[in-house]
Write a protein that binds this ligand. Structure first.
Ligand code: ARG
Length: 458
């Protein structure tokens, strides 16, 4: 039975009915739908819009329905148009006329908006908890590898020495921003649209603040048109998720590179790697590749939402039913990716000797050689040029800055003395980079501990 039967003389076309239906994807909001209805019924009773006893009966039966659905003894009918129709239909089947009073002063337009907000607020919190867990894993691993010297790269060329701990904390910073984006999104989502009705509010004397507070919202929406047609919160959350997925994707890309024989900076645990059906030697970083690949879905979901909304006049339009699959997919994707990614990072083995070996090649201490000359009073631009000539000489003669004899250094500039070797030792190079935000082990330690403390895990 359609909620909107009455004006119509024909049943809907069967195939079109399926096309119109959202039950296959909105039934995941059954709990939120029922909670929203319970709060609405309480408020209707308290305001005298419906009889207090009937309100009580409605709430008890809604609780029973939710209990049975969660226990698996009541199945959601896939033929219902949407989850709102199913719940109201089931209630009316059980209570008769009292059930039919629940929808007084409400429309599915404000109902669906409240359901999605309630559902997504929970998702914000659980994604927040997962990202926090990832950050703490990164901090722990950063502390373990705070003095593991590795080459830092620009243009994928070895550039300057850093520490692996510092590299990991760069990702921790990105994920910290993801946390604050989620908090921000949740704050703006925290206003209850119930009472907006279909679009123009209602003439009943509702207490909207009461419904909002029963549902745990911080306040109510200020404009009924906006209350039912706002999907900023979906777009914002999808943007947060797309950005977090891009961070995971960049990290995955590095993990994939680091696992290769060309780098061998890390080794993933067997439990988070896969083999080949033909090549017996293979150990593939499939999890990281999948995370990198799935970032495309999250970007697609955001694009879907933005495109779906951009031409919609006020207020509700059925196009907006398309919000759910996109935002649910985004939420599911990030959750699944984090679930696999966190233990993969937690268990990866850091091969610091290989990082150290890679750092020894590629003249990544050339800047430090120039800085040494600056310390002797030579202007940086001249020091840069002299060092460039030294590097060119070393490359031609198969030498490194460490193996070039001091006599040769002196030929490039008389100010060189044996102190140069100390100045270009990679350990000294990273230890000296203790400017705020730098890669020195003492910085890594302080940063990791600060983050751990900030996240309340100290
Ligand atoms: N299934 C619909 C949605 O997800 C619920 C709102 C329907 N409202 C309406 N006027 N048709 O958007």
């Amino acid at each position: 039975m359609k909620l909107w039967a009455g004006r119509f003389h024909k049943e809907p076309d069967q195939k079109t009915n399926d096309f119109n239906s959202s039950i296959s994807f909105d039934s995941r909001m059954v709990r939120e739908d029922i909670e929203g209805s319970i709060a609405h019924a309480s408020m209707l009773g308290a305001c005298g819009v419906i009889d207090a006893e009937e309100s009580e009966k409605i709430r008890a039966e809604l609780k029973a329905i939710l209990g049975e659905i969660e226990a698996g003894t009541l199945a959601i009918d896939p033929e219902s148009e949407d989850i709102h129709t199913f719940v109201e239909g089931e209630l009316t089947r059980r209570l008769g006329p009292a059930g039919k009073r629940l929808h007084t002063a409400r429309s599915r337009n404000d109902q669906v908006a409240v359901d999605i907000k309630l559902y997504l607020k929970k998702q914000c919190r659980s994604l927040h908890a997962q990202i926090k867990e990832l950050i703490l894993v990164l901090c722990r691993k950063a502390l373990e590898s705070k003095d593991a010297v590795m080459p830092g790269y620009t243009h994928m060329q070895r550039a300057q020495p850093i520490t692996f701990g510092h590299h990991l904390l760069a990702y921790a910073e990105m994920f910290l921003r993801d946390l604050s984006r989620l908090e921000d999104t949740e704050k703006r989502m925290d206003v209850c649209p119930l009472g907006s009705g279909a679009l123009a509010g209602t003439t009943y004397p509702l207490n909207r603040e009461m419904t909002a507070s029963l549902l745990g919202f911080g306040g109510v929406t200020n404009n009924s048109l906006d209350g039912v047609s706002d999907r900023d919160f979906c777009m914002e959350l999808a943007a947060d998720i797309a950005i977090a997925m891009v961070h995971l994707s960049r990290f995955s890309e590095e993990i994939i590179l680091w696992c290769s024989w060309e780098f061998k900076f890390i080794e993933l645990d067997d439990a988070f790697s896969t083999g080949s059906s033909i090549m017996p030697q293979k150990k593939n970083p499939d999890i990281a590749e999948l995370v990198r690949g799935k970032s495309g879905r999250a970007i697609g979901d955001l694009t879907t939402l933005l495109t779906m909304m951009k031409g919609l006049p006020l207020a509700y339009n059925k196009d907006m039913q398309e919000d759910k699959e996109a935002i649910f997919d985004a939420v599911d994707t990030l959750r699944m990716c984090l679930t696999a990614f966190i233990p993969m990072v937690d268990t990866m083995k850091v091969l610091r000797q290989n990082m150290r070996k890679a750092a020894a090649k590629g003249f990544i201490n050339a800047t430090d050689c120039a800085d040494y000359l600056v310390g002797k009073g030579i202007p940086f631009r001249d020091a840069y040029k002299i060092t460039g000539e030294i590097v060119a000489y070393c490359i031609e003669n198969n030498l490194t800055l460490e193996t070039l004899p001091i006599e040769k250094y002196k030929e490039f500039d008389a100010l060189f003395d044996s102190g140069i070797f100390e100045a270009i030792s990679l350990e000294n190079c990273v230890n000296g980079r203790k400017v705020t935000g730098g890669p020195a082990p003492q910085n890594v330690e302080a940063q990791a501990n600060r983050i751990i403390k900030e996240l309340g895990a100290a």
